[in-house]
Design a protein around this ligand. Structure first.
Ligand SMILES: Cc1ncc(COP(=O)(O)O)c(C=O)c1O
Length: 482
């Protein structure tokens, strides 16, 4: 790198700030271009006559802002970003010039898996072969028997769910399975508990089928079981990774939940939409195993493969499955045969398990990049799933959203996940579909507009943990199939 850099010990700014500013300016005005390699921190420190820590701090700030990219083991490079000369955005303080790089289309909304990773020979082979399947004149409303058998084995090894084929129905996804269940068992006016905040599509399904919604509070561990009213017909819950706050329901609460259902006669709906992804600790098996008579389990390929696949599954006691399949025929609902056969082939050849293992390791890296880029801010739900929540003051959310929209960064506010008045504010950050540079760029924007207080908490917000990059920053090794 042939760039004049001058650091002065009397300049009123720390040495690492001066270095950060000068490197950022060089990248902004094109003296350093995308893909260019920066000297190692050791070499840079030696040439500037400063300590290596100064250089490492400057590099890590520029990484966090998305200006730099690291290729594993091979150095530090200027990231592929679209920079705009003297990029400025309005700010209440006109003295402040915002220097976050402009990016095109960073999508950090929740619920997006990394679909590009599916373009593999195994994926293409499964769909080619699936297209050769013979269509049935009278399709089984429970789905292809071969797929149900594979799903039974998959759920047993990956989620600890033991279900016979007559307890498994192939659906078009978790929400479509939920809709069939609701259509089959609820009467208009039945009171149904939903997590608050919770999954908006589950609420709209319930509203559309005439149920009365009862928002049930959650905390950082998930559903607060002690607060459940006794007069619910059903409660919809996401115990593996509460949507959206991310709590993993602890065992005592799971036991209390099934005891509550046994006492009140309510049905528990377990939406296990991303239960395959848990990072630092061993996964808890699905809640279903604690009471297969009272829990209805919903699974999906939406996160482990892609939302487009359109295949999910529902597990319940046999007479409930029978009642749902009768209602399903009335509604003319079915899962197309080719996607069913493709998923069967992916399961039978071990390709789906391999993909989940690969994605778990990759998502752990993306999660670590997100946690590192947001370190010091109160984070919720970063031990599992494909998203986490950063708790912020409401004004900060509004500011970040405005700036994000201007810079082409798509973010998801926590507010829309509440049925009623929000009791907490923040952003739901989906990190699975974004690469490390995109994650750093999006998170730099959050940081820029939402500085943490000294205690790491935003004004008024009792976040569960202010996470540093060190504690959870390193991805675990790819774990074996459970
Ligand atoms: C809580 C929850 N359930 C289910 C799904 C996906 O369901 P489906 O399989 O219907 O696409 C999502 C996707 O974002 C989700 O967030």
């Amino acid at each position: 790198m042939d760039l004049p850099l001058v650091l002065e010990r009397t300049a009123g700014r720390s040495l690492n700030e001066q270095l950060t500013l000068q490197l950022r300016a060089a990248m902004r005005d094109g003296r350093l271009t995308a893909g260019e390699r920066l000297p190692s921190s050791r070499a840079m420190a030696a040439s500037l006559g400063v300590s290596r820590t100064v250089v490492m701090e400057a590099y890590s700030q520029l990484y966090a802002e998305g200006w730099l990219d690291g290729r594993h083991g091979s150095g530090t490079y200027v990231a592929q970003i679209v920079t705009v000369e003297s990029w400025r955005v309005p700010h209440p303080d006109p003295q402040l010039v915002r220097e976050t790089p402009r990016v095109n289309g960073v999508d950090l909304r929740a619920g997006v898996p990394w679909v590009a990773a599916l373009d593999t020979p195994a994926w293409r082979r499964a769909w080619r072969r699936a297209a050769e399947v013979s269509p049935a004149a009278r399709p089984d409303p429970l789905g292809l028997p071969g797929l149900r058998a594979e799903l039974g084995a998959y759920m047993r090894r990956s989620r600890g769910v033991a279900a016979a084929p007559d307890q498994i129905m192939v659906t078009r996804g978790a929400t479509s399975g939920f809709d069939l269940l609701v259509a089959a068992v609820l009467r208009p006016g039945d009171r149904v508990g939903v997590e608050e905040p919770g999954y908006a599509r589950a609420r709209s399904i319930l509203r559309a089928r005439g149920a009365q919604l009862v928002p049930c509070p959650v905390d950082e561990h998930g559903l607060i079981v002690d607060a459940l009213p006794g007069d619910l017909t059903m409660v919809y819950t996401t115990p593996s990774h509460q949507y959206p706050l991310g709590g993993v329901l602890p065992m005592p609460r799971r036991q209390a939940l099934v005891a509550w259902a046994a006492r009140t006669g309510a049905l528990i709906v377990e939406d296990d939409y991303d239960g395959e992804f848990r990072y630092d600790v061993a996964p808890l098996p699905a809640l279903y195993g604690l009471d297969p008579d009272r829990v209805v389990y919903l699974g999906t390929t939406a996160k482990i493969l892609a939302p487009d696949v359109g295949v999910g599954w529902l597990v319940a006691r046999p007479e409930l499955v029978e009642a749902i399949s009768v209602r399903r025929l009335e509604l003319s609902d079915r899962t197309p045969v080719v996607p069913q056969e493709a998923v069967r082939l992916l399961l039978a050849r071990g390709d789906l398990d391999r993909h989940v293992r690969r994605m778990r390791a990759e998502y752990a890296r993306r999660r670590a990049a997100t946690v590192a880029a947001l370190s010091g801010l109160p984070l919720w739900g970063d031990t599992a799933g494909l998203h986490l929540v950063v708790e912020l003051a409401q004004e900060a959310v509004v500011r970040v959203e405005r700036q994000a929209a201007e810079r082409g960064v798509l973010l998801d506010s926590l507010t829309r996940h509440y049925a009623g008045e929000p009791t907490m504010h923040g952003l739901v950050i989906g990190y699975a579909g974004a690469g490390p540079a995109e994650i750093r760029t999006g998170c730099a924007l959050v940081r820029e507009w939402a500085p943490a207080r000294a205690d790491g908490r935003p004004p008024g917000g009792p976040g569960p943990v202010a996470r540093g990059s060190a504690s959870s920053g390193s991805p675990p090794p790819a774990s074996p199939v459970r």
